[in-house]
Design a protein around this ligand. Sequence first.
Ligand code: 8YV
Length: 316
Amino acid sequence: MTKPAVLAAAPFPPFTMEPLEQAFAVHRLWEGLDQSAAGSIRALATNTLFGRLGAEVMDRLPALEIIANFGVGYDNIDIDAAVARGVVVTNTGGVLDEEVADLTLGLLLATIRRLPQAERHLRAGLWEKGAFPLSPTLRGRRVGILGLGAIGKAVARRLEGFGVDIAYHGRSRQEGVAYPWYPTPVALAQAVDVLVVVVPGGPATVGLVDAQVLAALGPQGVLINVSRGTVVDETALIAALQDGTILAAGLDVFAREPHVPAALLAQDNAVLLPHVGSGSVATRTAMGQLMIDNLAAWFDTGRALTPVPETRHLQG
Ligand code: 8YV
């Protein structure tokens, strides 16, 4: 039986590339794609590394039926263009939530207790000259979660174990959630002194955390962002870190990855990670497998396993 033709938009790790190539006839976009091959492509496998997957790529693929994303966030895909072409889009929600939540707590503690700075102090031989300065604390803080989805809830469950108060903002108050809900990001920021950003990226959330939200968070405020750099106004954040509008920030994501502004690198009150939220071997393997399983299910049954909400109606 002929294997369905799948276009890989960008390279995947070997533990994903190998099973992908076993199951499908894989074309590699980065090696070029001639017009006859383009006509045979029924599926696209992509990830955020490829960059924006827009109408111009989809238009080159007249037989395209499905786009499988290696990642839970799919702001890298032009969903309207996919829906207009009847193309189902899948993501890898579910298999990375706990991993990203673990990382979020690690980043939160690292930022408040200044762990990377303390380690730098030790490695630089400064401990023998003097103790590392005392740090701020998580004790007695109130943590606001911006975006109480699956990852936000996994973060909240962990925070309960840390004995801190939790509040949240999302578009609407959630039934059955006991944490206080605030109707706007500013109102949430005013009520808390740690703001954890886990809201999805994309046009609806660009600049959601702006200068006003940072001012509301206040001089003892700590911002943690593990979602997308676009959700935070990076220029406003740099200014807020420089002038003490907020205390500190822990960032796993940036507006123009992998570029990190020099002004952020210069801030001692920022803990900066290279987008490693889901980046363990086990979780990335599971994400790759779910991407492949989505494609296999689509070709076997005409129904993908984890279509994104905007394209669910396109499945039979
Ligand atoms: C990336 C992520 O997909 O799942 C997401 O939304 O941000 C990450 O897991 C990862 O960088 C793979 O490209």
